[in-house]
Design a protein around this ligand. Structure first.
Ligand code: PGA
Length: 262
């Protein structure tokens, strides 16, 4: 089963509109003429989405611009109304947003998002035909306490509760061990492959072997140009969700290049 790898830049709370423009211009220049065999996604802060949409879709951006797709870093589980500070899926659609990162460990641990909230957001995203990048992953304490599999099982089962097989085909899973995020400590390729194979087996248990073989599972957590090739060579790793190393166009591009090299 060949799955197209997907490399997504999660900028977190970095880069306003003008820094977004600087990045995109440089990135598009660097990718000119390259034929990268991967889906490339950028998730800026909400406030930078209009500029990114304009740069990629409206202002005659050159032929490789459409190769870059836009993600949001979050969405509301509600449609509209009295939800101060929230952004709805339909608002995101106006800015050519195709993907939305949901269940990131920072949303879970800092903003208290539960599996049930994440499940509601995944459903809302699918109603608007957005593709969730659904993040899961264990803390160091959970891993060392022998709870890796039970944590992943709960996150996957609860997060995908009542999600149809058809909707699953538009969901990307991102396995991000919390202890590897922003720490400079990457999971070894053996640790990552083992967790990815386990997540795929969970999907097979829920949906059957064919949907499981098709679902893309990204690795995230301190991915760097130097670690991309080895991680992406693992049979169950289908791309990366990248924070720190995706803030610079050159290092984001090197990760994609190294991760897709035959
Ligand atoms: P990192 O972040 O690459 O800086 O570890 C990854 C993420 O949080 O998605």
């Amino acid at each position: 089963m060949s799955r197209k790898p997907i490399f997504a830049a999660n900028w977190k709370m970095n880069k306003g509109a003008s820094e977004t423009e600087d990045f995109i211009q440089s990135f598009l220049n660097k990718t000119q003429g390259l034929n990268l065999a991967a889906d490339i996604v950028i998730a800026p802060p909400f406030i930078s989405l209009p500029r990114l949409a304009d740069l990629l879709h409206n202002s005659n951006p050159g032929k490789n611009a459409h190769a870059v797709q836009i993600a949001a870093q979050n969405c509301s589980q509600y449609d509209s109304g009295a939800y101060t500070g929230e952004v709805s899926v339909l608002m995101l659609r106006e800015f050519f947003v195709h993907y939305v990162i949901l269940g990131h460990s920072e949303r879970r641990s800092i903003f208290g998002e539960t599996d049930a909230v994440i499940n509601a957001k995944i459903k809302k995203a699918r109603e608007a035909n957005l593709k969730p990048i659904f993040c899961i992953g264990e803390t160091l304490e959970e891993r060392e306490g022998g709870k890796l599999e039970s944590v992943l099982k709960t996150q996957v089962t609860e997060g995908l509760k009542d999600i149809s097989e058809k909707d699953l085909s538009d969901i990307v899973i991102a396995y991000e061990p919390v202890w590897a995020i922003g720490t400079g400590v990457t999971a070894t390729s053996e640790q990552a492959q083992e967790a990815h194979a386990f997540v795929r087996s969970l999907i097979a248990g829920l949906y059957g072997s064919e949907p499981a073989a098709k679902v893309r599972i990204q690795y995230g957590g301190s991915v760097k140009p130097g670690s991309a090739a080895e991680l992406m060579a693992c049979p169950d790793i289908d791309g990366a969700l990248i924070g720190g190393a995706a803030l610079e166009p050159q290092s984001f591009l090197e990760i994609i290049k190294n991760g897709t090299a035959e």
